[in-house]
Design a protein around this ligand. Structure first.
Ligand code: AMP
Length: 191
C-alpha cells in the first residue's frame, strides 16, 4: 500500500493532479475539502460547522479533520493505497497522521509531494477557478485568508517531512500534463 500526500498552496493544482494520479495508480483519492463540501451539501451537523469556517477561508480543528481521515482510510477497500489531498495542513495533523499510521504498522507516509508554484501564477489560477467553478471560498478576501492560513500553519508541514527525508518538491508552474509526468516519474521510483 502506498501512502502519498499531495501538498501545496491553494491553487497549486492538487485536486487536478490527485484525480489523475489516483486513476493511474488505483489509489483512493482522499480529499478532506471534498469530504467537507459533501457534508455541507448533505446539511449534516458537521457540514453546518464546516461551512462557516470554509467560507471564511479558515481551517477546521485538527481533531475533527483527523477523525474524517481515519474513518475514510479505515473504510477504504480495494485500493493500491491512499492519496491524501489537502491533508495534513498543520504540523499537528502530520503528527497525528504519523501516530495513526504507526499504530497500523506503517512507517508513516511514503512521500509528501510538494507542488511549488509562484505566487503570481497562483493568484491568476485562483481567480480563473472562481470564475469557472464559482466556489464560495474563492472570493478575493477569502483567498487572501486561505493564503494567510497556508503561510502561518500549513507551509511548515513541508519542513516536517523534509526532516524525515520524505518531502519531494515538484515544479508546479508547468502545464497539467508536464506536472503529471514529473509526479508519475517520482511515484514510479517509490514503488
Ligand atoms: P480544499 O478543497 O483542500 O482547498 O479545502 C477547502 C477548505 O476546507 C479549506 O480552506 C479549509 O477550510 C477546509 N479544510 C480542508 N482540509 C482541511 C484540513 N486538512 N484541515 C483543516 N481544514 C481543512
Amino acid at each position: 500500500m502506498l501512502y502519498i500526500a499531495l501538498f501545496g498552496p491553494p491553487g497549486a493544482g492538487k485536486g487536478t493532479q490527485a484525480a489523475k494520479i489516483a486513476g493511474k495508480y488505483h489509489l483512493y483519492h482522499l480529499s478532506t475539502g471534498d469530504i467537507l463540501r459533501a457534508e455541507i451539501a448533505n446539511g449534516s451537523t458537521l457540514g453546518l460547522l464546516a461551512s462557516g469556517i470554509i467560507n471564511r477561508g479558515e481551517l477546521l480543528s485538527d481533531e475533527v479533520v483527523m477523525a474524517l481521515v481515519e474513518h475514510a482510510i479505515d473504510t477504504s477497500v480495494n485500493t493500491g493505497g491512499i492519496l491524501l489531498d489537502g491533508f495534513p495542513r498543520t504540523v499537528k495533523q502530520a503528527e497525528m497522521l504519523d501516530a495513526y499510521l504507526h499504530a497500523c504498522g506503517k512507517q508513516g507516509l511514503d512521500a509528501l509531494l510538494s507542488i511549488e508554484v509562484d505566487r503570481e501564477e497562483l493568484a491568476r489560477r485562483m481567480l480563473k477557478r472562481a470564475a469557472i467553478e464559482g466556489r464560495v471560498d474563492d472570493t478575493e478576501e477569502v483567498i487572501r485568508n486561505r493564503f494567510a492560513e497556508y503561510d502561518a500553519k500549513t507551509s511548515q508541514v513541508a519542513a516536517y517531512y523534509r526532516e524525515q527525508g520524505k518531502c519531494i518538491p515538484v515544479d508546479g508552474n508547468k502545464n497539467v500534463e508536464e506536472v503529471f509526468q514529473t509526479i508519475t516519474a517520482i511515484i514510479d521510483g517509490l514503488k
